[in-house]
Design a protein around this ligand. Structure first.
Ligand code: FPP
Length: 262
């Protein structure tokens, strides 16, 4: 009885009910088709616990699994995760090596479950500089999940938006036609995100308010959602909060609201 009362009090305190109640409510509204996440704060999470930074990345890897499941259950179609940027090579060698081993560990642990859940794994970024063991692990996952029709789990790995745009411009120059002007669609076609729809929602954890060279073109009309929560502490509840806020935003894509058109 006391336990039940305490539970009720907890639900009331959160003001929004249990996870399941909130999830049910959110699923009645518009779900962002593509959510992109800058998973930040792993180092600080570890430092707060007097642990080496890599322990934060390892904990962050487990959160990737949790949020993939939450996104899939909420009918998000694409989840893009910024796992390693073109600038991250500047980090200490040991940290870079550890980060390059994480896709392997993640996939060797979770690939069977991802297959079970019909998740399709993709990678965007410059694959040339990736170590062979990383590349083999991701290529194997891409191959084994390519027919899956559920959530697309898209890892941005050795990805940088400026690098992507330079690549796209060079491609356009190769196929240049002096009689034809370049269009937005031409640029879009050569981006590493390929046929994926632009993100509707961008989440960044750890209190930093910047894009850090992430999907600069594709995020042009995305809603941004920032939280102080460090990535290893990020849970389905926080993901739901982002979706709840998203549903309260009025997206106009540069136009006006329907009611203002009259
Ligand atoms: C930024 O935090 C995080 C990264 C550079 C790496 C993110 C990688 C993961 C969360 C794991 C990826 C998992 C897979 C399966 C590929 P930071 O180190 O900059 O944190 P800080 O700002 O607190 O130092």
């Amino acid at each position: 009885m006391i336990k039940k009362f305490q539970q009720l009090l907890k639900e009331q305190k959160s003001n929004t009910g249990t996870y399941e109640q909130r999830k049910k409510q959110v699923m009645k509204g518009s779900i962002p088709e593509h959510v992109a996440i800058i998973m930040d704060g792993n180092g600080r999470w570890a430092q707060k616990r007097a642990m080496p930074r890599i322990m934060g990345h390892h904990e962050g890897m487990k959160v990737v699994r949790k949020i993939t499941r939450a996104a899939n259950e909420l009918n998000v179609k694409v989840l893009t995760l910024y796992a390693f940027s073109t600038e991250n090579w500047k980090r200490p060698k040991m940290e870079v090596e550890f980060l390059m081993k994480l896709p392997e560990e993640f996939l060797s642990t979770f690939l069977p479950e991802l297959i079970e859940e019909n998740v399709q794994v993709r990678v965007m970024g410059n694959k040339e500089r990736l170590p062979a063991h990383t590349l083999n692990a991701v290529n194997n996952a891409i191959e084994r999940t390519k027919e899956n029709t559920g959530l697309i789990l898209n890892f941005a790995l050795n990805y940088g938006s400026r690098d992507e745009l330079v690549y796209a411009v060079n491609k356009l120059m190769e196929e240049a036609d002096p009689n034809k002007a370049v269009t937005e669609a031409d640029i879009q076609k050569h981006l590493m995100s390929g046929d994926l729809k632009d993100p509707d929602l961008l989440i960044r954890t750890s209190g930093e308010i910047r894009l850090s060279n992430f999907m600069l073109w594709q995020l042009a009309y995305a809603e941004f959602w920032f939280t102080d929560v460090l990535w290893p502490d990020f849970r389905g509840e926080h993901f739901l909060s982002a979706l709840e806020d998203y549903q309260n935003r009025g997206r106009r894509f540069g136009g006006v609201k329907d009611v203002d058109k009259k």
